[in-house]
Write a protein that binds this ligand. Structure first.
Ligand code: HEM
Length: 406
């Protein structure tokens, strides 16, 4: 029963968000010791006010303890000033030029994937395209062999499951987690990247790993630990998130034919349409922080060392910011959604995610005429609680007539 309710909630969390924003915008669930912020302004505050809401999840596992700030911590889980240094170094390699240079390859990879299914006249848009593509793009950017992509997927899915686990554990299950100080992709994945990092140190190439190895700021470089952690972070952060952006976009276009036709007639509308997809079905539904001191939030007092969930998916439907928030409107202006977060941790890969959607969607619409869903009704939601998307999206289109041998 509980599982069915959760599945229902994952499929369509918006009615509950709506009620919470009105009735109890800051919710505390005692059993899990979790706080939820649902309104736009509160969500923005939790995400950006790092002095009161820390990204360092170690606090949640060791309440009351002093955290050694000099010890290793991942970019996404660090606070300034450690975060400022790490992000500065990583931004040196993850440049707009490096992202823009991928445009041609994203297009080729999309065609490659579609070649495999175009004549069939049907596919599962998630499994056949939106799922494999982003990992191929990251592999390309990092400069790792294409042959290792399948292994990448396995590692990436494993880390996403681990992250989900952090949020869904109860107080008794939390304890002092083993491995909280390990880089994101320790073990087999760490060994894999260590080897590539060594290779790039001795023979740099025109890829992100070589750029990260060389990055230097104020005489400082990234340590091996940081390099390993960042490679795995990219693999996770840039993977299923983008899968969900692409599949949510196609799903919404197929549900809103007027929007689809408008984009087909005038491709200049596509960038704004992608922003509306990000707002309307935000691929990352929430991020979490840990309160560092007693803090006021939306009229309530949050004690220190509490896990606070910033519900991005709810903030992006807040009627006080977005008129007719439950309407999918590709001409919406302004569209101040926070699907990529807010403040110092603002998504580093946002330009890449946008580029992938901007390249893939027109190719898809051009190569697959009269695209439509093969099934009606609700689609299965993705596993886990952080990401918002569908597991499968079966579609069909007018395939070219088959050549019959005579
Ligand atoms: C539609 C796709 C994506 C969405 C919705 C998304 C969403 C987010 C969000 C909400 C954050 C903020 C985390 C926080 O505040 O704690 C974030 C951070 C991050 N994202 Fe993305 N992301 C996407 C794609 C990507 C891609 C393609 C990459 C890289 C290839 C990427 C790399 C990162 C990194 C490295 C961070 C951490 C930044 C920091 O802590 O300073 N993301 N993303």
């Amino acid at each position: 029963m509980l599982n069915r309710l959760l599945a229902l909630q994952r499929r369509n969390p918006y009615p509950l968000y709506w009620v919470l924003r009105r009735v109890q915008p800051i919710v505390h669930i005692a059993r899990y010791d979790l706080w939820f912020a649902t309104r736009y302004d509160d969500v923005k505050k939790v995400l950006s006010d790092y002095e009161h809401f820390s990204s360092d999840f170690r606090r949640a596992f060791r309440p009351g303890e002093e955290i050694d700030q000099s010890s290793k911590i991942s970019l996404i889980a660090s606070d300034p000033p450690v975060h400022t240094k790490l992000r500065g170094l990583m931004t040196k390699a993850f440049t707009p030029r490096a992202v823009a240079s991928l445009e041609g390859r994203i297009s080729e990879l999309t065609h490659e994937l579609l070649d495999g299914v175009a004549n069939a006249g049907r596919m599962d848009l998630v499994q056949d395209l939106a799922y494999p593509l982003p990992v191929m793009v990251i592999a390309e950017m990092l400069g790792v062999p294409a042959a290792d992509r399948a292994q990448f997927k396995i590692w990436s899915d494993k880390i996403v499951r681990m992250a989900d686990d952090i949020f869904s554990s109860t107080e008794d299950q939390r304890g002092d987690r083993e491995g909280a100080d390990a880089p994101l992709g320790a073990g087999e994945m760490g060994d894999y990247f260590k080897k590539i990092i060594e290779e790039r140190r001795s023979a740099p190439q025109d890829d992100l790993i070589s750029g990260l190895v060389a990055a230097e700021m104020d005489g400082q470089k990234l340590s091996e630990w940081d390099l390993l952690d960042f490679c795995s972070l990219l693999l996770v952060a840039g993977n299923v998130t983008t899968t969900n952006l692409i599949s949510n976009a196609v799903m919404l276009f197929l549900e809103h034919r007027d929007a689809l036709e408008a984009v087909q007639k005038n491709p200049a509308l596509l960038p704004d349409a992608i922003e509306e997809v990000l707002r309307f079905r935000s691929p990352v539904q929430f991020m979490f922080r840990v309160s560092s001191t007693e803090t006021e939030l939306g009229g309530r007092t949050v004690p220190p060392d509490q896990r606070v969930i910033a519900l991005i998916g709810s903030a992006n439907r807040d009627e006080s910011v977005f008129e007719h928030a439950n309407r999918f409107d590709i001409t919406r202006k302004p569209n101040r959604h926070i699907a990529f977060g807010q403040g110092v941790h603002y998504c580093l890969g946002a330009p890449l995610a946008r580029l992938e959607a901007k390249v893939v969607l027109p190719i898809l619409l051009e190569r697959l005429p009269n695209l439509a869903r093969t099934t009606s009704g609700a689609l299965p939601p993705t596993d886990g609680v952080i990401l918002h998307g569908v597991k499968n999206l079966p579609v069909r289109w007018d395939a070219p007539p088959r050549m019959v041998a005579v």
